[in-house]
Design a protein around this ligand. Sequence first.
Ligand SMILES: [Zn+2]
Length: 288
Amino acid sequence: MAALAALVVAALATGCGSSEPAGPAQQPPKPKAGGQAGGAVDQAARLKAAQQARVAAAKKWGLAKVPLAAPPAPKEKPEITASEGFEVEDQENLPPVFTTVPTEDKVVFLTVDDGAEKDPQFVKMMQELQIPYTAFLSDYLVRDNYKYFKDMQATGVSLNNHTLNHRYMPGLSYEKQRREICGQQETLRKEFGKLPTLFRPPYGNYNEDTLRAAKSCGIKYVPIWNAEAFPDKMEYRQWDRDLHPGDIILTHFRGREDWKGTMPDMVRQVMKTVTDKGYAVARLEDYL
Ligand SMILES: [Zn+2]
């Protein structure tokens, strides 16, 4: 964001420098504070600067195409309900599990799980490309380097709950599930100053107790995923093996030990797929 702000300022400053008449006799034009035309000009300059930054970043990071810009956040938020086949009993009183956000915008959402690989290049790349993403952290993988995620948070990324120890939730009692989820809520609040409202169960596995426990810890949404990104491929949940408007994409904080590539390789792969299919990556929280 800081880089973008600097670019906007630079673009505006250049604009002023070239359009202002020279000479001390002339009155400088009065700023149109809050005027509609002024706002539109600012907005256009901002969009232009953002696009220029995006083009430069795409080149720098070796992306096949410049990522498409997401539309503005919807003013009216979609109503999120459990995806079909993901409901539990008493669902209407529990946080919904969903793979896709109901929207007609040509957007998908990127979510990154666990926290094993802590590649500073990934954070830098995503910030420069202005690609939003949402993190789901499991403390046992994160606790050796909270600073990495604090730096990530400072770029505007929200850090959410993926339990303390990444256990298979349906194999645990209600009380043990509660400790895994509420314990991670407390850790995230203590380390990062914010209590998340998003929770993702490890492996995407849950039962009614999981959702009851999550609700009791302050969780409102349980986004899972409809596609998964790797450095060398995509995997899809649905038979059509395609992306759809509002689909949530899962990927991981992983590197060469687990993958055929690095996190930047994964970003290049997923962004090629997303952009080729005409989608922009939007911020999940803007739709909730
Ligand atoms: Zn996980």
